[in-house]
Design a protein around this ligand. Structure first.
Ligand code: GAL
Length: 680
């Protein structure tokens, strides 16, 4: 288990460095990410390198037994670069330039930026590839973090080249983009612009392709640096830090290119429920490279600086969030940053060594956690035992987030809510994409999969035929990978396994207007008699009232059973929830998006139908469990003490006493191997 932080020694006089190493030893630090923002110190002018300070600190760390995750420093070009080559600066959709003076002021497509970055990385990798302190390479930093999209001329040129590679002929592009609409037909790739400011709605497929291009372009930068590092003879693993579900980078695609997944985690301490979103992100990271541990490369020890208000973490919360990551496969717990800065934008951001000194709760918690992590055995098996999978898909995120739809939907927010409905039930959850291997899951949940590729549709359908339970909810399978409707209406790709089609999407007034007397908003699938004279017994669907939001789709039921009907509003009486047995499995469709309790209710019913149970029943909602091989992690994400019974051996205390007392933000790793308590 690695423990450490970003280390920025160039912000401190050299006299501090030996003290840093001594304190790192005291805290149990084993690994630091070095040089992430050091470009201007390493290369004070083009062609001029200053290695002396970096040599010294790497040697000092090595002598102190601290390993180095060496950064390539390309995330923040030095001022001399933009002064000499202003054309390397990025621009927004209006053509305004992002100037230097902050960080990340470079156009990812800029050939000049790429040349300068390549020169730096070549020199750095040749110098340190064989250094025994260096155990990991940290390429750039949080690609795209501040600058999601670049519309500069460099981006324009690269976008055209990317499109030409994708479509080969302009006619193919014209077909995919539907350019006969509004006289947009191109006669050459050189006429194409990125989706810059335009009078009205921009061609949606062009926007989708621009998002694909942006993700690919950032990934190209990573691959360029990675290949340079390898060519210099470096044998260490190479990574770059991800940011959970981060919009511009399709990490499903990126995962194949990095040796190890790294992730940063900054849940809002203001929000008592933010640990669920953090669980979502950690489950996503574990899923990117199934079976392989990943690294938590950044979190904060205490307060942040970049939200409107930045309260401290509660006592113990930092360790609880660390345990959450470890329980979901992390093999490193690291922070931004080692020593709190005295100057600059992030001086209010907490660190392992606080500005307030060592007589502080932060330092005590840092030292305590370091000591605990040092006791942990290696935990190679990261399998979660999950029998339910939730689909999360970047291409769909990009497409569904476009404009001109029946209703605006926040896909990430909805994915979090669907996940939370499972998480609140203490189920182990894997996050997958539509083309994943699904045979191990008893239930696959597909929320708002507006864009569904042919390949994805075939995979989900095959899953059902082979015996799986597939649950799909509203505004799914609407368009193909070109963001175009398919022949045959809506829900075409999954028609065979769902047995329903859609007549109309039935957009509702926004949820906040639900109280209006004539609102179409409140929907129930509960206990609706089929017609006069029929039984009033509840239908064979989820019990309890389910309030639908956003959409009340008008379904055309073909060969599915109706499990629930809308009771209110425009669609009253029409099918809302259906089931079709298909092959050896079952396809379920819900024609609305429930509120939080409705999501809980529907998924509780579906998991029970699929025979999925939590490993420990009856836990309160703020207590979470996660499995990592034979280790069960139990975390109390609240200040209320709680005790839980788990048979096994506590990895830290060695206790086999089954009743585990979890104080405020308390947690335990319990090895249940000997008890055979496994399988959820
Ligand atoms: C991250 C970034 C770090 C630091 C941190 C502050 O996004 O990688 O350099 O800025 O946020 O929370």
């Amino acid at each position: 288990m690695h423990y450490g932080a970003d280390y920025n020694p160039e912000q401190w006089p050299r006299e501090v460095w030996p003290d840093d190493v001594r304190l790192m030893q005291e805290a149990g630090v084993t690994l630091v990410s070095l040089g992430i923002f050091s470009w201007s110190r390493i290369q004070p002018a083009e062609g001029v390198f200053d290695w002396e300070w970096l040599d010294e600190i790497i040697d000092l760390l090595h002598a102190g037994g601290i390993q180095v995750d060496l950064a390539t420093a390309t995330a923040s070009p030095p001022p001399w670069a933009a002064a000499a080559y202003p054309e390397m600066l990025p621009q927004d959709a209006d053509g305004s330039t992002f100037w230097p003076g902050s960080r990340q002021a470079y156009a990812p497509s800029s050939p000049i930026y790429r040349r300068l970055a390549a020169e730096l990385v070549t020199a750095l990798a040749e110098r340190y590839a064989q250094h025994p302190a260096v155990v990991l390479w940290h390429v750039n930093n949080e690609y795209g973090c501040h600058l999601h999209y670049d519309f500069s001329d460099a981006a324009r040129d690269a976008f055209r080249a990317w499109l030409e590679r994708k479509y080969a002929t302009i006619d193919r592009l014209n077909h995919a983009w539907g350019t006969d609409f509004w006289s947009q037909r191109y006669t050459g790739f050189d006429q194409i612009q990125p989706p810059r400011k335009a009078p009205y709605s921009i061609n949606p497929t062009s926007v989708l392709d621009f998002k694909r291009f942006t993700s690919d372009t950032l990934l190209e930068l990573f691959v360029m640096e990675r290949d340079i590092i390898r060519a210099a003879g470096a044998a260490q693993p190479i990574t770059t830090n991800f940011m959970g579900a981060f919009p511009p980078a399709d990490y499903w695609k990126w995962a194949a290119e990095v040796d190890v997944i790294s992730d940063d985690n900054y849940p809002d301490p203001n929000d008592p429920e933010s640990f669920r979103g953090a669980a979502f992100a950690r489950e996503l990271m574990r899923g990117l490279k199934p079976g392989v541990p990943w690294l938590l490369t950044e979190q904060s020890t205490n307060a942040l600086n970049w939200r409107p208000t930045n309260p401290p973490k509660a006592p113990g919360q930092m360790a609880a969030l660390s345990a959450q990551a470890i329980g979901r496969g992390a093999d490193a717990i690291m922070f931004f940053q080692w020593r709190q800065s005295r100057r600059g934008s992030e001086k209010f951001h907490s660190a392992m060594v606080p500005q307030a000194g060592l007589e502080t709760r932060t330092w005590r918690e840092v030292v305590e956690l370091g000591g605990q992590l040092a006791q942990l055995p290696s935990l190679p098996d990261v399998s979660s035992g999950a029998r339910v999978a939730l689909v999360f898909d970047w291409e769909n995120w990009w497409a569904i987030g476009g404009r001109d739809h029946p209703i605006g939907l926040d896909y990430l927010g909805l994915a979090h809510r669907w996940h939370a409905a499972l998480h609140r039930q203490h189920l182990a959850i894997d996050i997958v994409n539509t083309t994943a291997e699904l045979s191990g899951y008893a239930l696959v949940v597909v929320p708002q999969q507006y864009l569904l590729t042919d390949e994805g549709a075939a995979n989900l359908s095959a899953y059902v035929q082979a015996g799986g339970n597939l649950f799909v909810s509203a505004f799914s399978d609407v368009v193909d990978e070109d963001d175009a409707f398919r022949e045959g209406g809506f829900l075409v790709g999954l028609r065979d396994v769902l047995g329903v089609a859609i007549e109309d999407f039935g957009a509702l007034v926004p949820p906040e207007a639900l109280t209006s007397a004539d609102s179409a908003g409140e929907i129930s699938t509960h206990a609706v008699p089929e017609g006069p004279g029929q039984s009033e017994a509840p239908l064979d669907g989820p019990a309890g009232r389910i309030v639908g939001q956003y959409l009340a789709e008008e379904l055309l039921v073909q060969d599915a059973e109706v499990l629930g009907r809308f009771t209110d509003g425009r669609t009253a009486g029409r099918a809302a929830f259906t089931r079709k047995r298909s092959g050896a499995g079952t396809g379920y469709y819900l024609a609305t998006i429930p509120d939080d309790d409705g999501m809980w209710e529907v998924l509780r019913w579906l998991t029970a139908e699929a025979g999925i149970r939590p490993e420990i029943e009856g836990l309160p909602e703020h207590v979470e469990i996660a499995r990592r091989g034979s280790i069960l992690t139990v975390i109390n994400h609240s200040a209320e003490p709680f005790s839980v019974t788990v048979i096994g051996t506590d990895l830290l205390s060695g206790s086999t006493e089954p009743v585990r007392e979890l104080g405020a933000f308390g947690w335990a790793f319990v090895d249940t191997q000997a008890t055979g308590q496994k399988g959820i």
